[in-house]
Design a protein around this ligand. Structure first.
Ligand code: SF4
Ligand code: SF4
Ligand code: SF4
Length: 768
C-alpha cells in the first residue's frame, strides 16, 4: 500500500466527516462536542468550544439565528435540537476561557470600513492572523445595526467586551469617522486591502463601482477591495450571515496579501454538504425541552436535558457489528492507517502484525458501509505484503499451513473415479474441514451422490488452499490451486460438487475455468434421503457462513432443503447477507484465539431461537464451543441415526487431523479395495489424558499426533528425564520447526499425558 492508496482508502470512511449541525453551521461550530459537554455540565470546557470557533461568542452565542436547526438529525426522531439557546445559556453563565494566540505582526495595511458584525469579525480574524486592522465606523460605537435589532437579548457591555478583544489583538478602532467619497478615496490610497461592511457603510460613499462581489472571495471589482455583510436579497437580517461574510473576507484579504489564489480549495468554507451517515433507527424519540421562562432562557437543568437529546451523529455502522473493530477500538479509517504504518514505517511490530491478522476477512463491514469500505481486502493485501517482505511472523499461521500441507499430502489427499468406473461426470469435493469434522457424513454423502447422479461421481479429498490465501501466502496458494486444477483436468474436467462455502468462493474467484456447483444446490435438485430422526418442533436459527454472503443460490437451497425435510428454521437478527464469521475465517482463531471465541459468541448471539443450524463444518466446530445446541444440516440428511445432530460434541484439532487420514484409508479399503500400508509406528501409541489437558492441547495448537511422536521418540531412543518421585517422564521432540514437550507416565496399555506444550526455541541437540 502506498501513500496514495492509503489516502484513497481513508477517504472512503466518512466517520470523521462533520456532523450535520457543524456542516450546516457557516462557521462550523463543534455543536456535537458542545452538546456532550453541556450534558455533563462541563461549562468551562463548553465555553472553550465557542471561544475557539466563534467571533465574539458573547454576542453571536446569544443571538445566532441557527441555520443549523433544520439539519439536526434528531429531527428524524423527535424535534431537532435548539443549539442557539444552549449557546446563549453557555455564554450567559461563563466568561471567555480561551484566548487564541496572537501571531507575530506581518506587513500589509488593512482597513475595515463599517463596524457591523461582519466588519468586526473581519477585523478580529485579520488581527489574530498578525494583520492588525483599522476598524472604522461613522457611528459612535461598534455593532452597526445590531444593537438596535437585538434589543434586550444583547446587554450593552458585550460591545465593550468586543472592543477590548479587538484591541487585545492589536486592532485600531476609529469611531465617529467621516466616510464620504473623498475620505474613502484617501483611505483607498492609504491601505493595501479594504473590506466594506454593508451593514455599517453606505455603498453611495464608494468612489468606484463595486460590481457584484465574487461569491467565494467577496472580492469587488476594484483590486484589493472586498465587500459583504448587510441583508441578503429577500432574506431577513442574519447575524450568522454577518459572521460568515466577515470570516470569509478576512481569509480572502489574507490570501490577497500573500499573493495566492483567492478562490482555490474553499469548498468547505461556510455551510457545506457533509457525507456523514447516521442511522437513527432504534434511537428513542425525544421532544424538545422548552424553557419555563422563554425570556430568561434555559436554566442549568433545562439546558442539560436539552443538550442530552443530542444523538452525537457519527457513522460507526460497521463497528457496531464487527467484534474485531470493537476489540481494537478502531474504525476503518484509523485501522488502515495503522496497517499502513506497520507496513511502511514500523515494518513488523508484533501488536500491529496481530492487528492485521485478526480480521476474519469476512466482508461484513463492506456490505454495511455506505461507501463500501473494503477492510478485508486492505488486511489481506497487507498480509501478502508482509509475507513478501519477510515481516510476517511465522507463528501467526504456521499451524494452519502445516495442517493444509498435511491434508494435501499422501496421508489424506485422494482423487479417484467412482469405484468400478474410469470416468467422472462429477467430482465430490467435501473440503478439508468437513472431512476432518464429519468423516462418516462425508462418506454417506458421497455414496448418496453416486447413487443419484449418472455418468460417474469421483471423490476428491483435499484442501482448496484457502488457508494459504488467508495467510497472505500468494505464491503457495497459486501452487496449491495449480496442482488442484491439474488433477481435476486429469480426471477429465468433471463438474466439482463443493460442500464448503469457502472452497466455493476460492474456486469461483481464483479458478473460474472450473465448473463448480455447490453441494446444497445439487442436493436441492435430487430426491432427498429419508430423515431418520425425530425432527425438532421448535425452529432452528440458520447461521449462514460469512463466505455465503455472495452465494444467494446456496443460501436459498439450504432453506429449500430444510423445507422439504420438514425442519423448521428461523433467521438471525441480522439476516443472511450480514452473517458474521464464526472465528475461523481469515485464520483469525490462529492469530488471535480469544478474539476468535468472541466472534463465535457474537455470531451465536444473533440467534432468534434456542437452537441453531449451520451448513459449514467450521461454523459448527466454533459455535458448538459456545455451549449452544447447533446442528449441521448434513447430519439431518446423512448422519448416524444414533447421534442426535443437536448434541454432537466438538471434534477439536486432533480429531480433525486424525479423521482426515483415517477417512482416506477407510475409503480406499472399503470402496476401492486398495491394499493399505501399516500406519507410522507412533500412531499405534495409545494416549490418555484428562479433559483439561486435551483442551489445553487444543488451545496450544498441539495435536495428539505431535505428542505420540514425542513419546515414540523418547521410548525408542531412551532420551527422556525420569522423575522417580512420581514416575513421570519428560521428553521433547522436534519433527520440523516446532519442539513439542510431553510429561507422561506409562500405564498398562499406553501412556497417560499430564502436560504438553511447544515452542520454537532451538535445543543444542537440534543444531547439531
Ligand atoms: S460504515 Fe465504517 S467504514 Fe463505512 S463510513 Fe461508516 S465508519 Fe467508515
Ligand atoms: S446555533 Fe449557530 S453557531 Fe451554533 S451551531 Fe448552529 S449555526 Fe452554528
Ligand atoms: S472481521 Fe469482517 S467485518 Fe470486521 S473488519 Fe474484517 S472483514 Fe470487516
Amino acid at each position: 500500500m502506498d501513500q496514495s492508496q492509503l489516502r484513497a482508502l481513508e477517504a472512503r470512511c466518512i466517520q470523521e466527516e462533520m456532523p450535520f449541525c457543524t456542516a450546516s453551521c457557516p462557521i462550523h461550530v463543534d455543536a456535537r462536542g458542545l452538546m456532550a459537554l453541556l450534558t455533563r455540565g462541563e461549562l468551562r470546557e463548553a465555553r472553550k468550544i465557542l471561544d475557539r470557533t466563534m467571533p465574539f461568542p458573547e454576542i453571536l452565542g446569544r443571538i445566532c439565528d441557527q441555520p443549523c436547526h433544520p439539519f439536526c438529525k434528531r429531527g428524524e426522531i423527535g424535534d431537532p435540537l435548539w443549539i442557539g439557546p444552549l449557546e446563549r445559556y453557555c455564554v450567559s453563565v461563563t466568561d471567555t476561557v480561551l484566548k487564541p494566540p496572537k501571531l507575530p505582526v506581518k506587513g500589509g495595511a488593512v482597513a475595515v470600513l463599517g463596524a457591523g458584525f461582519s466588519g468586526m469579525t473581519a477585523a478580529l480574524d485579520l488581527s489574530r492572523k498578525g494583520r492588525p486592522a483599522t476598524l472604522i465606523t461613522a457611528r459612535t460605537r461598534l455593532g452597526g445595526s445590531l444593537p438596535d435589532r437585538a434589543g434586550s437579548l444583547l446587554p450593552p457591555e458585550v460591545f465593550d467586551q468586543a472592543e477590548a478583544t479587538l484591541k487585545r489583538y492589536g486592532a485600531e478602532i476609529v469611531t465617529g469617522a467621516s466616510l464620504d467619497r473623498q475620505t474613502v478615496a484617501a483611505l483607498l490610497d492609504k491601505y493595501d486591502v479594504l473590506y466594506f461592511d454593508w451593514d455599517d457603510f453606505t455603498i453611495d460613499h464608494l468612489p468606484f463601482i463595486p460590481g457584484t462581489p465574487d461569491p467565494i472571495s467577496l472580492a469587488l471589482e476594484r483590486d484589493g477591495c472586498f465587500g459583504g455583510g448587510g441583508v441578503e436579497d429577500g432574506k431577513p437580517f442574519s447575524i450568522m450571515h454577518q459572521a460568515e461574510n466577515g470570516r470569509r473576507a478576512a481569509l480572502s484579504m489574507e490570501r490577497y496579501l500573500q499573493g495566492v489564489s483567492l478562490t482555490a480549495e474553499r469548498e468547505k468554507e461556510g455551510a457545506c454538504p457533509t457525507r456523514m451517515y447516521t442511522v437513527t433507527e432504534g434511537i428513542p424519540p425525544a421532544s424538545e425541552i422548552v424553557p419555563d421562562n422563554p425570556i430568561a432562557g434555559y436554566t442549568a437543568e433545562e439546558a442539560q436535558r436539552e443538550a442530552a437529546r443530542c444523538i452525537y451523529c457519527e457513522c460507526l455502522e460497521c463497528v457496531k457489528k464487527c467484534a474485531y473493530l470493537q476489540e481494537y477500538k478502531e474504525y476503518p479509517k484509523t485501522l488502515v492507517r495503522k496497517i499502513y504504518n506497520n507496513l511502511s514505517i514500523v515494518q513488523g511490530n508484533r501488536s500491529a502484525n496481530k492487528l492485521t491478522n485478526s480480521c476474519s476477512l469476512c466482508w461484513q463491514c463492506t456490505v454495511i458501509c455506505p461507501y463500501d469500505f473494503p477492510v478485508a481486502s486492505a488486511c489481506h493485501a497487507a498480509r501478502q505484503e508482509m509475507v513478501a517482505s519477510g515481516h510476517m511472523p511465522p507463528s501467526a499461521h504456521s499451524f494452519a499451513l502445516e495442517e493444509m500441507h498435511y491434508t494435501l499430502g499422501e496421508n489424506c489427499a485422494l482423487i479417484r473415479h467412482q469405484p468400478g468406473t474410469t470416468a467422472s461426470r462429477y467430482l465430490f469435493f467435501p473440503g478439508c474441514q468437513l472431512t476432518g469434522t464429519y468423516p462418516d457424513t462425508v462418506e454417506r454423502t458421497y455414496i448418496f451422490l453416486t447413487q443419484h447422479l449418472e455418468e460417474g461421481v469421483g471423490l476428491f479429498l483435499s484442501c482448496c488452499g484457502a488457508p494459504a490465501d488467508w495467510a497472505g501466502q500468494s505464491a503457495l496458494f497459486t501452487d496449491v490451486l495449480a496442482d488442484l486444477t491439474a488433477q481435476i483436468r486429469q480426471m477429465g474436467n468433471p463438474t466439482l460438487i463443493v460442500a464448503c462455502s469457502s472452497c466455493l468462493a476460492a474456486f469461483g474467484k481464483y479458478a473460474p475455468e472450473l465448473t463448480v456447483v455447490s453441494l446444497w444446490e445439487m442436493l436441492d435438485e435430487l430426491p432427498l434421503p429419508e430423515v431418520l430422526f425425530d425432527l425438532p418442533e421448535s425452529p432452528l436459527t440458520v447461521h449462514d457462513p460469512c463466505t455465503a454472503r455472495y452465494q444467494e443460490g446456496v443460501r436459498a437451497s439450504v432453506r429449500s432443503i430444510c423445507g422439504k425435510i420438514g425442519l423448521p428454521v428461523a433467521e438471525t437478527t441480522i439476516g443472511a447477507e450480514l452473517a458474521d464469521c464464526c472465528g475461523y475465517g481469515g485464520l483469525l482463531q490462529f492469530a488471535n484465539q480469544p478474539l476468535g471465541e468472541k466472534v463465535a459468541t457474537l455470531k451465536v448471539s444473533r440467534s432468534t431461537t434456542e437452537t441453531g443450524l449451520v451448513y459449514c463444518a467450521m461454523c459448527r466446530e466454533n459455535l458448538v464451543g459456545t455451549e449452544t445446541h447447533i446442528a449441521h444440516l448434513l447430519d439431518y440428511l446423512f448422519a448416524d441415526p444414533e447421534k442426535n445432530p443437536l448434541v454432537r460434541a466438538k471434534v477439536g484439532l486432533s480429531g480433525r487431523h486424525e479423521h482426515r487420514s483415517r477417512l482416506k484409508s477407510r475409503l480406499q479399503s472399503t470402496l476401492w479395495q486398495d491394499p493399505i500400508g501399516s500406519p507410522a509406528p507412533h500412531r499405534a501409541i495409545r494416549l490418555e489424558a484428562d479433559d483439561e489437558t486435551w483442551a489445553l492441547l487444543n488451545e496450544r495448537l498441539i495435536l495428539m499426533e505431535d505428542i505420540q511422536k514425542v513419546i515414540h521418540h523418547a521410548e525408542t531412543t531412551g532420551r527422556y528425564l525420569h522423575n522417580p518421585a512420581n514416575g513421570r517422564r519428560l521428553a521433547a521432540f522436534k519433527p520440523a520447526v516446532v519442539t513439542y514437550w510431553a510429561e507422561y507416565e506409562p500405564i498398562s496399555d499406553g501412556y497417560f499425558l499430564h502436560r504438553g506444550y511447544s515452542h520454537r526455541m532451538q535445543l543444542p541437540e537440534d543444531r547439531a
